[in-house]
Design a protein around this ligand. Structure first.
Ligand code: ARG
Length: 571
């Protein structure tokens, strides 16, 4: 739509000169042109009250005078209504412009292309080893990955970091629990489940025998001091967990560039603590070292505990400094639940007080909580749904549905469809929500083939693939002639893709992309049902309609890749 915004602005600028003798730069008009609230009013609109001051007329007078002076050969028509100029873009002109760009740019159509030479590091997923990887982690994992895709699409160099929670007193507990109740074989076999079981048993037993907590603290301290036996055990526990996480990541199609977790920063914290001390930022409070943030309306940021051990914020500060030295980031994005918003606000403030020039490049991207079928998840009571189980259930269900629909399908194809669609359904359902809103996960809804779901949009993609496979090499038309409102709607949707992508990046909001996918899929399905494509009577119409289908296929495919959705040619 930006091309038309520009064209309209230029025409309005010259009409203002001819009608009112006023000089208004077209560049200033472009941002004033908006989408009308109701598409029946037009495709774009200019609220003329914004020009009243310069033109010294009422909005109604301005709109009435400018509308007829804009000409009829610009690919749009204008009408005046209640002080607004409403524009309707000619479908054929729009198609020529947009489809031309889609075919010329292919899979990069829609890229804001403003990231070249810049680096974004993204910290996401980052589960805590030995604690359950439950569906609360779905948010950070898929939002983080989608943001990485979006920034990559815009040309940024991206570094995806899985900042594993691989350090902390929970390892003291794990070590104690393993030595008391565990054995190698059971853990190797049971992987994360076995580890979680040991961890939960520790908590149960510690209620009756609180001295276990002291033992755990002592074991963790030994680990901190590089005790060889504890170090070996710790490495093994992390390894077992990682192996299992990787299975889930593979299903989701996610890879990381770095797995440097919290443990890596052990020896990098003292330098930060020293700097804080030298700057006079550290205060002692009941034996602990803190940074007072009362001037900024926040509770103090804890840097060192009474016993001198470091804390979550201390590690984050050291990690950010290290990442800046290593990657020289222009932006560092952290995706976590909104429960951690205060933590991030606090240490972001601390690094800014420390005078780090990169402090204002840190961005926290929070998201809301997940409940399942209306029930809140509680880790403590063991009422958790593991991410791998949720994905597994979705895959099984799709497999059953596919088997019913296509009893003759070979099992390998069916398995692939089940994975693509099952995983896609979960991811799409999750990313359809505005990220900050709490979400209630209902698997049935996510898997429905009707409504705004993953299966629905993947089905639409597959439909476009099979149509294109059927039509072979249909050449492009000489000129695009758009005859129906359905065709125009599809083209209009395609035209909006670049803006939607830019908005998604600016707001760190993958749901703008999922919403775009729904809009495009809906417009395409309406077009598919109401317009003859291959059997249209006139060959030029066939060519135009096939071209529209081809463009939809390309752009849907691009949009899918931005939200971790697999392209399904068959469903
Ligand atoms: N491991 C943490 C958790 O599961 C999330 C880490 C987020 N990233 C960070 N740099 N603090 O709660």
């Amino acid at each position: 739509m930006n091309t038309f915004r520009k064209k309209i602005a230029e025409r309005v600028s010259s009409a203002a000169a001819s009608q009112f003798g006023a000089v208004i730069d077209a560049g200033e008009l472009i941002p004033l042109i908006e989408y009308p609230p109701d598409a029946s009013m037009g495709d774009l609109a200019l609220p003329c009250f914004k020009l009243s001051r310069i033109l010294r007329r009422s909005p109604v007078q301005i709109a009435a005078a400018l509308a007829p002076a804009l000409g009829t050969d610009g690919g749009f028509s204008a009408s005046a209504l209640n002080g607004y100029l409403n524009f309707r873009i000619d479908g054929s002109a729009l198609a020529g412009e947009v489809l031309g760009r889609v075919f010329a740019e292919g899979e990069s159509y829609g890229s804001p292309a403003d990231g070249a030479g810049k680096t974004v590091v993204l910290d996401y997923s980052s589960p805590n080893v030995a604690k359950p990887f439950h569906i609360g982690h779905l948010g950070t994992t898929v939002i983080g990955h989608s943001l990485k895709k979006l920034f990559e699409f815009a040309g940024y160099r991206c570094v995806g970091i899985n900042y594993l929670g691989d350090w902390g007193t929970q390892f003291g507990k794990m070590i104690v629990a393993y030595r008391k109740w565990g054995d190698r074989e059971t853990v190797e076999r049971g992987q994360c489940d076995a580890l979680v079981e040991l961890y939960q048993r520790f908590h149960r037993e510690a209620e009756e025998h609180p001295e276990l907590n002291d033992e755990a603290r002592a074991e963790f301290r030994k680990l901190e001091h590089h005790d060889p036996a504890n170090t070996e055990l710790w490495k093994w526990i992390v390894d077992i967990s990682l192996r299992e996480y990787e299975k889930t990541y593979r299903q989701l199609g996610i890879e990381f560039d770095s797995y440097l977790g919290e443990s890596f920063y052990q020896d990098k914290m003292p330098a930060q603590v020293r700097r804080l001390r030298e700057l006079g930022l550290l205060k002692t409070d009941d034996g602990a070292s803190i940074v007072d943030l009362s001037d900024y309306g926040m509770p103090p940021c804890l840097i060192l505990k009474k016993d001198g051990s470091t804390l979550y914020p201390t590690r984050d500060i050291a990690a950010a400094a290290y990442r800046y030295e290593t990657y020289g980031f222009d932006k560092a994005v952290y995706v976590t639940s909104s429960a951690q918003s205060l933590h991030f606000a606090q240490w972001f403030k601390v690094v800014s007080l420390m005078g780090y020039p990169w402090a204002d490049r840190l961005v926290h991207v929070p998201y809301g909580t997940v409940s399942v079928n209306g029930e809140k998840l509680a880790t403590r009571t063991g009422n958790v749904i593991l991410l791998k189980d949720l994905l597994g259930a979705a895959i099984d269900k799709v497999d059953r549905i596919t088997a019913e629909k296509n009893p003759g399908m070979d099992p390998a194809t069916r398995q692939k469809i089940a994975e693509d669609v099952g995983v896609g359904a979960v991811v799409f359902y999750y990313l359809s929500n505005n990220r900050i809103k709490d979400i209630n996960f209902v698997l049935e809804d996510a898997l429905s083939y009707e409504g705004n779901t993953g299966p629905y949009v993947q089905y639409t993609y597959a439909r476009s693939c099979s149509l294109l496979a059927k039509c072979g090499d249909v050449p492009l038309p000489q000129t695009y002639v758009i005859e129906t409102e359905e065709e125009r709607e599809v083209v209009k949707c395609l035209a909006a893709f670049p803006e939607r992508v830019a908005a998604a990046i600016a707001a760190y909001e993958p749901s703008y992309v999922t919403r775009f996918i729904i809009d495009l899929a809906t417009a395409f399905n309406r077009f598919y049902h109401n317009c003859q494509i291959l059997s249209a009577p006139d060959p030029e119409t066939v060519r135009t309609r096939v071209a529209i289908t081809r463009a939809v296929n390309t752009v849907l495919g691009t949009a899918f890749s931005l939200v971790c959705l697999r392209k399904t040619e068959q469903i």
